[in-house]
Structures are given as C-alpha cells and as structure tokens.
Design a protein around this ligand. Structure first.
Ligand code: UD1
Length: 371
C-alpha cells in the first residue's frame, strides 16, 4: 500500500476470529467511498494470532475480505509472547510506512498490542467497539479493553452503555462516535447467504429441534472437571434434542481428557461463518460463553443462555434474547425447562444495529482525517 498524492492511509488491524466479521464492513465502506473519489485508503494488517483455515482463512474467503497487505505471523504463544511479537512486527510496519490512524476492533490481544504500538509512535488510535466493560478482570479481554481504551483517541461505539462507560472515565463527547455494530452489518449482509453445514443431514437436524453450544473461555474449558460438569448439564438440559458443539482448539485440548460425555452431544470442527450462523438461526437455543454470539442471537431473535457471571454487552440481556446463567452447571436445568415450556423472552434489537455501521465509521473518519 503506497500513499498517492492527496490520499490518507489508515491501518486496519485484525488478528483473531472475532475480529474478521467486524472489519469486513469497514473495508467494504472504505472501498465504496474510495471508488467515489474519497481520499481514504486502508492498509489491512493481519497479526497472525489466529492462523488456521478454520479460525481465519475461511472467514476471509466467505466474507470477501481481501488478502492482508501484511501478515505479522505471530502465531500461538502466551499472552506476553503474542503481545510482544505483535508489537515488534507492527512497529516495523509503522516505521516503514506511517499511517494517519490505526483502527483496532474488539478486545483480543492483537487489539491491545497494536493500539499501544501505534500510540507510542504518535499514530492516532481508533477503537471500534470501544467502551464496553464486563468488570471482570479475570478475563484477558477485559484487560485488553481497558488498556486499549486508556490510549484511544476516537471511540466507535455500539451502545449507549458504552458511551456512558467512556464518559465516566473522563472521555469527552467529541471523542465518542456512536455508530452501531459492525458485527451486525456482517450478519445482516449475509442472512440470505447462510449455508447448511455438510453434517446437517447426517445428524438429522431439523429447524428448532437442536441446540448450539460454544465454549472457549479459560474459566469454563481449561479444567477437565469444570468442562465435564458443564457438558453433562447441557446434555441433560436439551430434553433429548441433539446439541451441536463446534469445538474451539483450546476446548479440544481439555476434551481429549474427558472419558464420559452425553450421547446427544455432537462435536464438530469450528464452523465457517455462513455455516455457523445457519445453525444459530435455526436452533431452538444457543448456549455459549462468547460475547459476540449473544449479539447475533439477539438480532436473529434466538434464545441464548450465557455461561458467564458478567457480560460486557448488557443490552443483549436488557433488550435482547440473552440471559446470564453464571457458571454453575445447576443453573442450566431451570433455564432449559423454561425454554421448553415456551417461556423465553422475545427481545428487541438495540439502536443502530441496523447494518449501516461501516459507512458511518468511514463518514466519521473522513471528517476526522481528511477535512
Ligand atoms: C482468542 C481471544 C478471545 C476470542 C477467541 C475466539 C484473546 C486474549 N482472546 O482466544 O477473545 O474470543 O480468540 O476464538 O485474544 N489455536 C489454534 N489455531 C488457531 C488459533 C489458535 O490451534 O488458528 C490454538 C492456540 O494454539 C491456543 C488455543 O487455540 O492453544 C487458544 O488460542 P488463542 O488465540 O491463544 O486464544 P483463544 O482462546 O482462541
């Protein structure tokens, strides 16, 4: 990516699976605006935090994200190793070509590492999904959010709760851009393209007659006893329905050590975007410890049970279809009984989760960087 006279280069950072659906609509909006003669250009940088086809490449392909201009290829490692590797790689990239802004999304290690690197080189930082907080410092993502937001110049926010969190820490209104949710841009753009996964017929899945399960939080999946107890409770709570469980690589490591598992649990590989959301759309309910999935279930109106004690996305609970059950497996039975008795809430879609967030972000960027 070379700057041409009059153009302004913005770095867009992506590192791990939940980043890819968040950057896709921003890139589309950059391309649409530059085709109309706008001055902004992007340099897409993949940190390589996730590198498997199933965790990364499939998402680029399905969501039409162009190949990155640069891949830092940091790979697996401890949090400190990944953070350090990404910082060294991105610093080199910025020394070779300085950008006008570094846009980071979400809350993964790559988000924090690139924000620190950019700000130390006096490159302005924009954080998409800034301001959300779970309050739980045992989650690495919460540390990433807090550190990133402490050194962010421009916050692109998904909710009024995020705006209020930022104001409370002294952020001024002109730094807060309430634009909505890029993850929902991607969902709405792909709802008509969702694909039945190849195992659908083999498992005899029928709409509304199965449950989707995802678990990858260290607190839930790193201990063999904890994971086994949760899986037994999910299996029992499903009232005889099959449970489809796309297994995250972190979870797969613990799963190998568990001898006895419920027979209605079906383990499948991490699913590509279109197949995963096909499953969610047609599920009776989703049981998860993810944050992003609770936003997607809210928009699709699918009942969602979250196996965590806190959420950084409270509007999925106050407005949407999500309920926080905590991490005690005993909480699953009463919640599942309520679901099967038809007593789950309907939910509504939060403001500005309307599929137009990518263009709103680029409009703000043009005002900030190219005025
Ligand atoms: C990371 C993010 C988390 C996000 C999750 C989604 C942080 C701190 N956490 O957690 O917010 O919800 O991704 O997946 O950034 N691995 C592979 N192949 C890959 C990537 C990872 O096998 O392509 C393995 C790693 O070697 C490691 C494990 O999966 O053993 C976990 O990966 P890692 O990226 O360290 O953290 P996640 O738990 O995936």
């Amino acid at each position: 990516m070379r700057a041409t006279p009059g153009s302004v280069i913005v770095d867009i950072i992506a590192g791990a699976r939940p980043n890819f659906m968040k950057i896709a609509p921003i890139i589309r909006a950059f391309e649409a605006r530059s085709a109309q003669g706008g001055p902004l250009r992007y340099r897409l940088i993949h940190t390589g935090q996730h590198y498997d086809a199933k965790m990364s490449g499939d998402f680029f392909e399905q969501l039409g994200i162009p190949a990155p201009h640069l891949n830092l290829e940091v790979g697996s490692g401890s949090h400190a190793e990944q953070t350090a590797g990404i910082m060294v790689g991105y610093e080199k990239a910025l020394m070779e070509q300085r950008s006008a802004m570094c846009i980071v999304v979400g809350d993964v290690t790559s988000t924090m590492a690139c924000a620190i690197t950019a700000q130390k080189l006096w490159v302005r930082v924009g954080h998409v999904e800034g301001g959300i907080r779970s309050g739980d410092w045992t989650m690495p993502e919460e540390i990433n959010r807090m550190v990133t937001d402490a050194i962010t110049n421009d916050f692109f926010t998904t909710s009024e709760v995020a705006n209020a969190n930022l104001r409370r820490t002294g952020i001024s209104d002109d730094q807060i851009h309430f634009v909505g949710n890029t993850m929902i841009d991607t969902l709405l753009a792909n709802l008509d393209r969702l694909q039945k996964p190849p195992f659908w017929d083999e498992l005899r899945l029928e709409p509304q007659r199965f449950i989707v399960l995802t678990l990858h939080r260290p607190n839930n999946v790193d201990g063999q006893g904890t994971l086994a107890a949760l899986l037994m409770a999910v299996g029992a709570g499903a009232h005889g329905l099959p449970v489809v469980f796309p297994v995250h690589p972190r979870t797969a490591k613990t799963l190998k050590e568990i001898a006895e598992l419920p027979v209605n649990l079906h383990f499948v590989d991490p699913q590509p975007y279109l197949e995963f959301n096909y499953l969610v759309k047609h599920a009776k309910a989703v049981i998860t410890d993810s944050g992003g999935i609770t936003e997607e279930t809210t928009v699709m109106g699918v009942p969602c049970m979250t196996l965590r004690n806190s959420t950084e996305r409270p509007e999925t609970v106050t407005m949407g279809t999500n309920e926080l059950l905590g991490t005690d497996p005993a909480a699953l039975k009463p919640a599942c009984d309520r679901l099967f008795a038809g007593g789950w809430k309907q939910g509504a879609i939060p403001p500005l989760w309307d599929g137009k967030t990518g263009p709103r972000i680029v409009t703000v960027l043009e005002r900030l960087l190219a005025a």
